[in-house]
Design a protein around this ligand. Structure first.
Ligand code: 3EB
Length: 314
């Protein structure tokens, strides 16, 4: 399998020996995890989350896990019901409890793939209902609210909620973006309960090399969507937001820029916008960075593109 982005999940990536999870975007293998999202192209075909030793695997609270060396990859997939507040709360309660069963009390990174994400009007939109359920579960876990994980939440091509998470023994250091209102402070117009994630999470570094996991990053400045209807301009704004997150994390990961990205994942709402978005990424990101393009609906119906990335201090 080519172009595998080595994730963190080894507190010391240089000594990583095995993978807790291999996520195979392009479906090159039967052995990797597959996402409920169509692969649109790019040189990055899979990502792996590394650990120091061979993982112990099993199931806890309905979540499949692979754990080694104080790090754990978790996943769960459930059918959607009539109200995503219900599955949001249920899945988050399971995840928050599983942290303690596995002796990895800290959420580091969460990915959510939610079917029919933009269906429903106003506060009844499925994404906003999901946020209500997630917030209800987190209310009972103030420790988790204090150190929010990096996250991505995009639409799934199937009528499910699939959640993947990295959790750890050591806490992440959450990073915010000075160009954006923190998602947990979004004003009421975006829904009854705010999304609970940090713009990035720095992990590791204790004698090893810290890694910065950057959340799904879109064309939002302040709290407003910018460049409605213009996918190329949204791609440029998303990259500007990634630059701002990298700058905010410089005290931890050093002076890094786009050329230092381990890899880039680009979520595209409309496949027909992909050529224009690919052209912006080719113009704005050095050619050595492996990129994956995945088709997904996004949390706000006016967002056309979203990007996530990571960087490992050299
Ligand atoms: C945004 O910045 C875009 O609800 O967990 C990105 C990443 C977004 C994570 C989430 C939402 C989430 O608001 C949407």
């Amino acid at each position: 399998m080519q172009s595998v982005c080595a994730g963190p999940l080894a507190w010391r990536p240089e000594t990583a020996r095995s993978a807790l999870a291999v996520v195979d975007f392009a479906r090159d293998t039967d052995s990797g995890l597959h996402l409920p999202l169509p692969f649109l192209g790019g040189t990055l075909r899979a990502e792996s989350w590394l650990a120091a030793g061979p993982p112990e695997t099993g199931e806890v609270r309905g979540l499949r896990y692979a754990a080694a060396d104080g790090l754990c990859h978790l996943r769960i997939r459930v059918e959607r019901g009539p109200d995503d507040a219900v599955i949001g709360e249920d899945v988050y309660r399971r995840l928050l409890a599983a942290r303690h069963d596995l002796d990895c009390p800290h959420l580091l990174r969460v990915w959510h793939y939610l079917g029919r994400i933009n269906v429903g009007e106003g506060d009844d939109e499925n994404y906003k209902r999901f946020c209500v359920g997630r917030a209800r579960a987190l209310e009972d876990h103030p420790d988790a609210l204090e150190r929010l994980p990096a996250a991505t939440l995009v639409g799934a091509a199937e009528n499910v909620l699939e959640l993947h998470a990295l959790i750890g023994r050591e806490p992440p250091r959450p990073i915010e973006n000075p160009r954006q209102v923190s998602a947990y402070d979004y004003p009421r117009q975006y829904g009854p309960r705010q999304p609970t994630f940090a713009r990035a999470a720095a992990v590791g570094g204790d004698g090893g090399r810290p890694q910065l996991l950057v959340s799904g990053t879109a064309s939002i400045v302040g709290h407003a969507t910018r460049h409605v209807g213009d996918p190329a301009a949204q791609a440029r704004e998303s990259l500007a937001n990634i630059d701002a997150v990298l700058a905010a994390a410089a005290p931890i990961v050093g002076p890094v820029d786009r050329g230092d990205l381990d890899c880039l994942k680009v979520y595209v709402r409309h496949a027909e916008d992909a050529p224009r978005i690919m052209a912006e990424v080719a113009a704005g990101v050095p050619a050595g960075v492996p990129v994956a393009y995945l088709k997904a609906d996004l949390c706000r119906s006016d967002l056309l593109v979203e990007m996530e990335t990571q960087v490992t201090r050299r």
